[in-house]
Write a protein that binds this ligand. Structure first.
Ligand code: NAP
Length: 247
């Protein structure tokens, strides 16, 4: 990584991405900021002392292509961090099918577009990070359709890592972070952390060597353990969570 790396953050206008942009700017990185809301990106760019702004909608492949062309025209990128996603939790029986389709398009198809188009703007050996979630580790009650898309993103990142030895492919799996995304949760979120802590964990993880950056460990390690159990045991636990929801 160069002294002043060029970093493209997709999903930079809010939450974890916005805080990550702020921290990388403090380190002296040259930033490219993407999301749908131009005004929020401009405000952030001003606040962090300047950045290249490339608005896009990850559900609209043409807008990603256009941004990538403009970015490539001014030189290679060292790191891409793709964080854009939508969240609308609920039980499968209650889901609005149109909303569910939109979440799949933004979270999963959007990550596929970035996995395909992103490498074109990277320097040789450059880094690309996709964002899964602990919600993608194992099916829990109330988590659909978001959790299914995050399981898909985890799988996508694993495939990209296997296929692209020429790149540094990473996977980010946060636990609960206090952003507008989790404002929708009506339950007490275990091990909830602030975006500052999440962004710091991401920066440290991406500077390290591990494929998966997951945090906070007090939550992620126990969920990994549940995932590793035989279904007969893990489903006993997840059904119990479902019954607790009913009461
Ligand atoms: N917060 C948590 O507890 C948590 C836990 C696990 C995983 N994660 C993951 O972490 C990532 C960041 O989450 P967050 O909590 O920071 O969410 P957030 O505060 O809602 O921010 C999401 C970002 O994605 C952008 N975005 C949404 N739809 C987009 C689209 N179609 N095209 C381009 N940009 C789009 C939003 O900007 P615009 O609205 O301007 O487009 C915003 O900048 C997500 O991938 C999320 O799934 C979060």
């Amino acid at each position: 990584m160069t002294e002043t790396p060029r970093i493209w953050i997709i999903g930079a206008s809010d939450g974890i991405g916005r805080e990550l942009a702020r921290q990388y700017a403090q380190e002296g990185a040259r930033l490219i900021l993407s999301a749908r809301r131009m005004a929020a990106l401009e405000e952030l760019a001003t606040r962090i002392g300047g950045a290249e702004i490339r608005p896009l909608d990850v559900a609209d492949r043409a807008s990603i292509e256009e941004a990538a062309r403009a970015i490539a025209a001014t030189g290679p990128v060292d790191r891409i961090v793709h964080l854009a996603a939508l969240y609308d939790p609920g039980r499968i029986a209650d889901l609005d099918p149109d909303k569910a389709a939109q979440i799949i398009t933004v979270n999963l198809t959007g990550s596929f577009h970035i996995a395909q188009i992103g490498p074109r703007v990277l320097r040789a050996g450059g880094q690309i990070a996709l964002c899964g979630s602990v919600a993608g580790y194992i099916g829990l009650p109330q988590g659909q359709i978001y959790s299914a898309t995050k399981a898909g993103v985890i799988n996508l990142a694993e495939s990209l890592r296997a296929e692209r030895a020429d790149l540094d492919v990473r996977l980010i799996c946060p636990g609960f972070v206090e952003t507008r995304l989790t404002e929708k949760n009506d339950f007490k979120m275990p091990a909830l952390i602030k975006p500052e802590e999440a962004a710091t964990a991401i920066r440290k993880g991406l500077a390290g060597r591990r494929f998966e950056i997951h945090f906070p460990h007090r939550l992620t390690r126990s969920l990994k353990l549940v995932r590793a159990l035989p279904y007969a045991l893990s489903m006993r636990l997840t059904r119990r969570l479902s019954r607790e929801d009913d009461t």
